[in-house]
Design a binder for this molecule. Structure first.
Ligand code: NAD
Ligand code: TYD
Length: 347
């Protein structure tokens, strides 16, 4: 039995689906904010190995009750405000959930650990805590200094520091993973890859921030989930692990790849998808390049990604073509307000 937080979001839902498929029982705590979608978990409806609880990680009484009731062997902590652009428009929520919320979980975990010594706490973090690389710099390693540049990455960095401190001070068996950009099924179309697919299919502009030469290291979400599974089983308490796809691409390369796949799998009536590309005003403080050295994961845990960018992206484009109803539901509600807010400042 594991307690997953944020398991109705993009990575958490993929993780919960995979864990239950592998025979695990999952208690899934998610507040169902704008990024949480129960539709992503529809395959688990009626499955006794999945218990969904709507609630906030900052609600300590609720967390205490769930720990006492289910006695999980681990918390896998995904719940977060996760979008850099949203953190620029409104950083307060990021501090609340990512820092104060993580603190609440740690406090309850510390109490629970007193009588459950085999318990582990896995903090799912990001490469963005390390800041930005120059074009020819070596990739981030586990010993790279933290240098976060956005309110999002700063709040994740703060949470990671708390997790680290709970290991050193209280002996809580913690693990921290720092992962690069994920893509795959169930990602809300406000992050780059699903946004490109969504806009292209709607015949709308494909907005590229600045010169489009920013570099990200892309990892297929299932590979990330498998890495987390390996970490939970075999990772060393108190340590941190970098996870990456070894797949650095400029944003323009990503746009080209998505457009090329759509031209093949779902051609436009006239013209090519790349005709929709539009350069827009850059994101303030936009990190230039992220790259992860994931050799510790390979050496210590035998993990490496199964998908290349080409194979993972093909699966992803196919998934979005086949799951228009999920996209329709995920983009109802406040989605249009967000699009107007984010892209009106860029025109
Ligand atoms: P997401 O925004 O899709 O999902 C976050 C989920 O957390 C949502 O379901 C939301 O409802 C829930 N949530 C938010 N605040 C909550 C609260 N206070 N209490 C309970 N639930 C709450 O994010 P994601 O892309 O799935 O990312 C998951 C985790 O992985 C985050 O911690 C993120 O920092 C980390 N991460 C993401 C990426 C990426 O590329 N997406 C890469 C590396 C690390
Ligand atoms: P994003 O998916 O928001 O992830 P992150 O900021 O965490 O890396 O963005 C990925 C890259 O794509 C980043 O360099 C910003 C860029 N981007 C665009 O060019 N246009 C867009 O509309 C979005 C959402 C992102």
């Amino acid at each position: 039995m594991i307690l997953v937080t944020g398991g109705a979001g993009f990575i958490g839902a993929n993780f919960a689906l995979g864990a239950v498929r592998n025979g695990e029982t999952v208690v899934n705590l998610d507040k169902l904010g704008y990024a949480g979608h129960l539709e992503s978990l529809a395959a688990l409806d009626g499955n006794p190995r999945h218990v969904f609880v709507k609630g906030d990680i900052g609600d300590r009484e609720l967390v205490r009750k769930l720990l006492a009731q289910h006695r999980p062997r681990a918390i896998v902590h995904f719940a977060a405000e996760s979008h850099v652009d949203r953190s620029i428009h409104g950083p307060g929520e990021f501090v609340q959930t990512n820092v104060v919320g993580t603190f609440a979980l740690l406090e309850e975990s510390r109490n629970f650990f007193q009588n459950h010594k085999d318990f582990r706490f896995l903090q799912v973090s990001t490469d963005e805590v390390f800041g930005s690389l120059g074009e020819t710099d070596a990739a981030f390693t586990e010993t790279s200094p933290y240098a976060p540049n956005s309110p999002y990455s700063a709040s994740k960095a703060a949470a990671d520091h708390l997790v680290r401190a709970y290991h050193h001070t209280y002996g809580l068996p913690t693990l921290i993973s720092n992962c690069s950009n994920n893509y795959g099924p169930f990602q809300l179309p406000e992050k780059l890859i699903p946004l490109l697919i969504h806009n292209a299919l709607a015949g709308e502009a494909l907005p590229v921030y600045g010169d489009g030469k920013n570099v990200r290291d892309w990892l297929y979400v299932e590979d990330h989930c498998n890495a987390l599974g390996a970490l939970l089983e075999r990772g060393a308490a108190g340590e941190t692990y970098n996870i990456g796809g070894n797949s650095e691409k400029t944003n323009l390369e990503v746009v080209e790849a998505v457009c090329g796949l759509l031209d093949e799998l779902h051609p436009r009536a006239s013209g090519r998808y790349r005709d929709l590309v539009t350069h827009v005003k850059d994101r303030p403080g936009h990190d230039r390049r992220y790259a992860m050295d994931a050799s510790k994961m390979r050496r210590r845990l035998g993990w490496q990604p199964a998908e290349s960018f080409a194979t993972g992206l093909r699966k992803t484009v196919r998934w979005y073509l086949d799951n228009a109803e999920w996209v329709r539901q995920a983009t109802s509600g406040g989605y249009q307000d967000w699009v107007e807010k984010n892209y009106s400042v860029r025109s």
